[in-house]
Design a protein around this ligand. Structure first.
Ligand SMILES: [Zn+2]
Length: 88
């Protein structure tokens, strides 16, 4: 069976000439990352700070989407003074 040239072209994987670049945004602060950010050690986060925030949330078992991040709020997220149970 011989396929028409137009069909064969459609079956070809689309490669380099039309790269699919999907914008990636930081899961923590929603900052849009540069295409080169995937080379970063903190990818897919915009910074080491956001990566650490995400990690600390998972460890605390209270992961949640945060709309508004301020430096004061970040400090509170890290400190968590109220959650430590007394050891007896
Ligand atoms: Zn971020």
């Amino acid at each position: 069976m011989t396929w028409p040239a137009s069909v064969r072209d459609n079956l070809k994987p689309r490669t380099s000439h039309t790269p699919m670049i999907q914008p990636v945004s930081c899961p923590i602060c929603a900052k849009v990352l540069a295409p080169t950010a995937s080379d970063s050690a903190c990818f897919p986060f915009c910074s080491i700070r956001c990566k650490q925030i995400d990690l600390s949330r998972w460890l605390d078992g209270k992961y949640a989407v945060v709309e508004d991040l301020s430096p004061d709020r970040l400090a509170m997220e890290f400190m968590e003074p109220e959650d430590l149970p007394p050891e007896e």
